[in-house]
Design a protein around this ligand. Structure first.
Ligand code: PMP
Length: 381
């Protein structure tokens, strides 16, 4: 029998548990322990100009943030930063749209097809359809994509929602019209082994999923091609005339503290994050094993260059499935657990995406409800 910690407080016992969004509140406890070292003071007359560095292509990028980004990638070893432009965005959500816009506007013919291999991050669908641009067109699952002409493939690795390590699946290396945007939101050592220093044309990162500071709304793109970077900057200027300086300064401070903790035995953030994720995944796997109705993917171990040993993956989302013919999202909803439907990610009713990054009491309450669930057969065959 699974022994779940009875930490579910009264307030949670009957409430709705929302694990649909990947709100990364799990890390609050860590930053509380770090205390005032991350505090930033901003005076009334600070940061008033639109401009940060007029000599830089991305003139609204605070130099302090650019330094912190380069230093962190250097210490972690997950991405090359030399010989490329850093473009800062209001979350990587804005940057993904900026990159699609940039690549599409530089393409010879339009609309440019946009694809991602299923199961994919469902927000890509909204990002590429919402404004009804004539320059690009969402074409769905990359696995079956065989149209000729220009296209953009969105590659998310580790993947949201299913945590797998991904490469392009359309894969037309000699095709000038083939463009790829790599979304590395989760390519950090607490989620997955760092097996190589990524070196692609356009790589997206987000502050939200590294440290959990999603509310700051900061992301960055590492972009090789100057024309693409220029177009991305243009898009952001039209969209929001730059990115909040307060957010950039706070991000720079926290990334610097994070980098310092990497040298510490007792405070290493990635070690803390990895232990927390490992613990949650082990508890979830135990509940799934005992239930005999749910499924979870298995991940191979790999050598992590950051930790210097072979490690497992502990993704930020669980790709939960059922063995029976059941509509899992509505079954979970009956138990007041909100998750993202597999269908929204280009998959099926038997899968849902569950955030693993909630606060501890919410996660434990979820496990308790999952352990007590009986599924109803609802899919018409
Ligand atoms: N890409 C992926 C794969 C994500 O999961 C997320 C956050 N859910 C984002 C991009 C966007 O992150 P943000 O806008 O908070 O930087």
């Amino acid at each position: 029998m699974v022994k779940l910690e009875n930490s579910m407080n009264m307030a949670l016992s009957d409430s709705i548990i929302n694990l649909d969004h990947g709100d990364p509140t799990a890390y609050e406890e860590y930053w509380k322990k770090i205390g005032d070292r991350c505090t930033v003071t901003i005076r009334g007359w600070d940061l008033m100009s639109y401009f940060s560095d007029v000599t830089n292509l991305c003139w609204f990028l605070e130099p302090e943030l650019a330094d912190a980004i380069k230093e962190l990638h250097g210490v972690v070893g997950n991405a090359a930063t030399e010989d490329r432009h850093i473009v800062v965005g209001t979350g990587s959500t804005q940057l993904c749209q900026a990159a699609v816009h940039a690549l599409a506007s530089l393409a010879g013919t339009q609309p440019v097809s946009v694809v991602a291999a299923a199961p994919y991050y469902s927000t890509y669908v909204e990002e590429t359809t919402y404004v009804r641009s004539g320059m690009y067109k969402w074409e769905g699952d990359a696995w079956g994509f065989d149209k000729s002409g220009p296209y953009i493939e969105l590659v998310t690795s580790p993947n949201n929602p299913d945590g797998t390590i991904r490469e392009t699946v359309v894969n037309r290396p000699d095709d000038e019209e083939a463009k790829v945007i790599h979304d590395f939101a989760y390519y950090w050592p607490h989620y997955t082994p760092i097996t190589r220093r990524q070196d692609h044309d356009i790589m997206l990162f987000t502050f939200s999923k590294i440290t959990g500071h999603a509310g700051s709304r900061i992301g960055w793109a590492l972009v090789k091609d100057k024309e693409v970077a220029k177009k991305m900057v243009e898009y952001i200027v039209v969209n929001s005339i730059g990115v909040s300086k307060e957010s950039q300064i706070r991000t720079a401070k926290i990334l610097k503290v994070l980098k310092e903790t990497c040298k510490s035995e007792s405070e290493n953030f990635f070690e803390y994050g990895r232990d927390m994720m490992k613990n949650r995944w082990e508890k979830l796997r135990e509940v799934v094993k005992e239930s005999d109705v749910f499924t979870l993917p298995k991940y191979p171990e790999a050598h992590c260059n950051f930790f210097g040993k072979s490690l497992e993956s502990y993704p930020a989302f669980a790709w939960l499935g059922t063995k029976g013919e059941t509509d899992l999202v509505s079954d979970l909803r009956k138990h007041k657990v909100m998750t993202r439907a597999g269908e929204r990610c280009g998959s099926d009713k038997k899968h849902v995406r569950v955030s693993m990054l909630s606060r501890e009491d919410v996660f434990n309450a979820f496990l308790e409800r999952l352990a007590n669930m009986k599924l109803t057969k609802t899919i018409d065959l």
